[in-house]
Design a protein. Structure first.
Length: 447
């Protein structure tokens, strides 16, 4: 019996890993992932280096004369006079790219930026940031009689830094990041959903293909239906694990190579310049101007966060992937055995797929409150626990809840194997007849 199952597993595995579609998808996904991470940063850096702005400043307030700081890409010149005449001369000539008019307004700072051609996307942010800083320093000196340097020192002395520390039941403490918990949890939940759907659907299509081509009749003459079912499910599971392992290694290798080749890739020139000022506000302004604040912070946080609980996340991911896949693969295999084509399988796969879709819908809610009652109960239901428990895990899950979820998933897997074996044995050789739910329940009652 074990020899027959081994042969079926070997056939399913080798047949699929040798397909061009498997090889292309396995190699292409890490490249696409690395491209998604790196390409936006490269585009921003190229845009910053290639776009220049020659700004003519017309200041009616005299507050900002010779106050703006330029760089290699942005230069400032100052003139006074009639704005309409200056604007017409500047925009019709080739000396300036835009005119920045600061109005003398008693109700606050008002300004207009005139241009003809496209401007660098970060220019408006740079102007606003520098104007706010210059005007603030002017108010400190003229109205409050406080030197800006003293105010900056006061800000440093009164800066509040809150570190979130999670304490487990044993009293052990570790730094944690609630925002990063949500991101990692959502990534794991969506990833495990797509993997389960992709490989469980392969089981369904494989059963339908063998049944429609009458290959199964030849196979059943040599092996038992249960052996064929187990071999097919395990073989495709090994394909999934192989692909998953290659994805991890290639992704880490590509990103590691990029990091070694370009260590400053994720830090733009603008960010470097403003960060040199040494204040959190400067770094935030730089990140906002380059438009990559979120992506840089997330990338850095993932690097800082993963080593803390990487092993726990990976082990639980593998468990819930394997158990979740086996649950849905057995149900999909049973579905494929009672129909003759994929279109007829929709009425049977829909009830099975609904819990997965519900879990996906609940991911945003669960990630914001991973220890609520909704999260607890859906992480115990075997059809949703592979996704929901992975969403909860980075935030910390009590050991008893994790073990209970795993135990219930394993018990439900045993039931699914029993159910699929009964249905598969009766339906795999049935042709030309559409089985009803009533007939399927009759099969289950038979010995």
């Amino acid at each position: 019996m074990s020899n027959n199952i081994s042969l079926i597993i070997s056939r399913e595995y080798t047949t699929r890993v040798k397909k061009k579609s498997f090889i292309i998808m396995t190699l292409l996904l890490p490249v696409l992932l690395a491209t998604i991470i790196v390409l936006p940063v490269l585009l921003v850096m190229h845009s910053e280096k290639s776009q220049t702005a020659r700004v003519l400043v017309v200041d009616d307030t005299d507050i900002f004369l010779n106050a703006f700081e330029g760089n290699d890409n942005t230069t400032f010149s100052y003139q006074s006079g009639d704005i309409n005449q200056l604007k017409q001369e500047a925009l019709n000539g080739d000396q300036y790219d835009c005119v920045f008019h600061i109005l003398n307004n008693s109700q606050g700072l008002k300004s207009n930026l005139y241009y003809k051609k496209n401007l660098p996307s970060s220019l408006q942010g740079k102007l606003e940031s520098q104007m706010n800083e210059i005007f603030f320093d002017r108010i400190l000196q003229d109205s409050l009689h406080i030197e800006p340097a003293k105010f900056e020192k006061l800000q440093d002395l009164t800066k509040v830094d809150i570190t979130t520390i999670q304490v487990d039941d044993d009293g052990m403490e570790r730094e944690n990041d609630a925002e990063m918990n949500e991101i990692i949890g959502m990534m794991c939940g969506f990833f495990i959903y797509f993997i389960i759907i992709i490989f469980a659907s392969q089981v369904l299509r494989g059963v339908l293909e063998e049944k429609s081509n009458r290959i199964v009749e030849v196979l059943i003459s040599s092996v038992k239906p249960m052996q064929l079912l187990i071999g097919k499910i395990v073989g495709i599971a090994l394909v999934g694990l192989t692909q998953f392992a290659i994805w991890i290694m290639l992704t880490m290798g590509i990103l590691g190579g990029i990091q070694l080749a370009a260590p400053n890739l994720f830090q733009s020139d603008t960010t470097t310049e403003l960060a040199a000022e040494g204040t959190p506000e400067a770094l935030q302004n730089a990140a906002e101007q380059t438009g990559i604040a979120d992506s840089v912070n997330i990338f850095q946080k993932i690097n800082d966060y993963f080593p803390v609980s990487f092993t726990e996340i990976i082990l639980c991911f593998l468990f819930f992937f394997i158990v979740g896949y086996l649950i849905y693969a057995t149900l999909y295999a049973a579905t494929g055995s009672v129909v003759d084509n994929e279109s007829d399988s929709q009425q049977y796969t829909m009830p099975v797929t609904i819990p997965l879709m519900l879990a996906i819908i609940l991911i945003p809610t669960i990630s914001t409150n991973p220890n609520g009652q909704l999260a607890l109960w859906f992480s115990m239901i075997p059809l949703t626990s592979p996704i929901i428990m992975m969403v909860r895990l980075p935030a910390g899950v009590p050991l008893w809840q994790l073990l209970t979820s795993m135990g219930l998933a394993l018990l439900f897997l045993v039931f699914c194997v029993w159910f699929a074996a009964k249905v598969y044995r009766m339906g795999i050789l049935m042709y030309g007849k559409k089985s009803s739910w009533k007939e399927i329940f009759k099969w289950l009652r038979k010995a």
